[in-house]
Design a binder for this molecule. Structure first.
Ligand code: HMG
Length: 387
């Protein structure tokens, strides 16, 4: 059998962040509610000249550095922050990165789940086309609104993955367990910039779907909890993964929680915040970048949850030599070099809106990334390469 999976994984986030200490002060909350209760310390905030396309273009640019771009035959763009009812975000990426025109491009949507869903759909394609590569991009901006309970769980980021046969990082195993239901836990109507959420209910649905997916996964794979040495959960906030892991452990009748099974996966998200479709894969990057010992040959269990809701539990095996194909230093520098915002600056960024009348508009310069949103003209977004 040909092994298929993730050959390269790079993430990108905004150059600006808000420390949740400052948010707690401004909203008259205890810092520990955010730092300990939610397990979040910072959140990336996008400036006016950054959007899901620029986040994605930066992540994808890095992911394709060592390959012949002509090998890419499909671009899948997973997002719930889509910019157009018609045109997919992936077409912008093809243009900005000069990717082949002989490429199938699609945008996929189902809340935070669509990145994992697209990954699973790409696997049989690569089994049948083992010389091809798929560029899977997950990119999102999480917005709940100022002074809302969801505010400390915002963030933004993009994870770009090259998927291929004989992958260098993770081989995805074919058996998985999925589950879906018609729930109103979190959604964003077309007329709204911010999500509508029933926060407490959403955490309960997340945990119920985890149990349902695990049951299906076990039935299909015949694997036990102990067959996995790490777990990587969707991360709306890091405490959610701790609750999820506790639920799985109890479901499986496992007594002792071993912190290291999930702790490496939480490092980046504690600083980036929720990045919806990207968060599971930023969790994976966090495991690969932070694992102290060589974890090649080990099995990671993944749980992706998308509100509304669709969820899936699947698994992957870390590949030999994976350490030689990481971009750890880039990721660490990216986070360390971000600029901290004051509350006033954060609120100004949050309230900035592009004109919706078609009038020509130039966005102010903030981002230090390789791509920026220069403005709008005739109802079309204009992008600039900064190199
Ligand atoms: P809240 O109601 O303001 O917070 O919002 P809370 O009162 O529940 O407190 C949070 C935790 O902090 C609690 O811990 C408190 O006890 C603790 P818990 O009981 O949950 O273990 N706490 C403290 N701890 C230490 N020191 C203190 C202190 N004070 C309180 N001083 C909520 C929380 C998550 C509901 C809110 O932030 C929210 O609505 N967030 C957005 C929704 C969300 O993230 N849901 C997660 C599951 S759904 C999902 O993952 C999908 C999603 O990513 C979207 C998609 O799929 O598209 C969201």
């Amino acid at each position: 059998m040909t092994y298929v999976g993730i050959d390269k994984l790079c993430f990108y986030t905004s150059n600006f962040y808000l420390d949740l200490k400052e948010l707690a002060k401004a909203r008259n909350q205890e810092v520990d509610k955010f730092y300990v209760g939610l397990g979040q310390e910072q959140m990336s905030i996008h400036p006016p000249d950054e959007d899901v396309i620029t986040l994605a273009a930066n992540a994808a640019w890095l992911a394709i550095q060592d390959i012949d771009p002509n090998d890419i035959s499909m671009i899948l763009f997973a997002t719930e922050s889509g910019l157009d009812f018609s045109k997919s975000c992936g077409v912008y990426i093809q243009h900005l990165l000069g990717l082949p025109k002989t490429c199938r491009i699609l945008e996929v949507k189902q809340a935070c789940y669509s990145g994992a869903g697209a990954l699973m759909l790409a696997m049989p394609y690569l089994q049948q086309n083992p010389t091809k590569k798929v560029l899977l991009i997950t990119s999102d901006i999480a917005r709940y609104g100022l002074n809302t309970p969801g505010e400390p769980t915002q963030g933004c980021g993009s994870a770009a993955m090259l998927l291929s046969a004989n992958p260098k990082l993770i081989a995805i195993e074919p058996e998985s367990g999925y589950y879906s239901d018609h729930t109103w836990d979190f959604w964003r109507p077309n007329y709204s910039k911010d999500a509508i959420v029933d926060g407490k209910y959403s955490t309960r649905v997340y945990l119920t779907t985890l149990q349902e997916c695990w049951k299906e996964y076990q039935k299909n794979s015949h694997r036990e909890y102990s067959d996995h040495t790490r777990f990587c959960y969707h991360l709306p906030f890091t405490k959610m993964a701790e609750k999820a892991h506790e639920r799985l452990r109890r479901t499986c009748g496992v007594d002792q929680i071993t912190d290291s099974l999930i702790s490496d996966s939480l490092e980046y998200s504690r600083r980036v915040g929720n990045s919806y479709t990207a968060s599971l894969f930023i969790g994976l990057a966090s495991i690969l970048d932070h694992a102290q010992n060589d974890i090649s040959g080990q099995r990671i269990g993944f749980f992706s949850y998308g509100s509304g809701c669709v969820a899936e539990f699947f698994s992957g095996i870390v590949q030999k030599d994976y350490k030689n194909h990481l971009t750890t230093l880039y990721h660490k520098n990216l986070l360390d070099q971000r600029k901290e915002l004051s509350i006033t600056e954060y609120e100004e960024f949050f309230n900035h809106a592009l004109p919706e009348t078609g009038v020509e508009y130039a966005t102010p310069r903030y981002t230090t990334g390789k791509f920026r949103l220069a403005g709008v003209k005739d109802h079309t977004r204009q992008y600039e390469k900064m190199f």
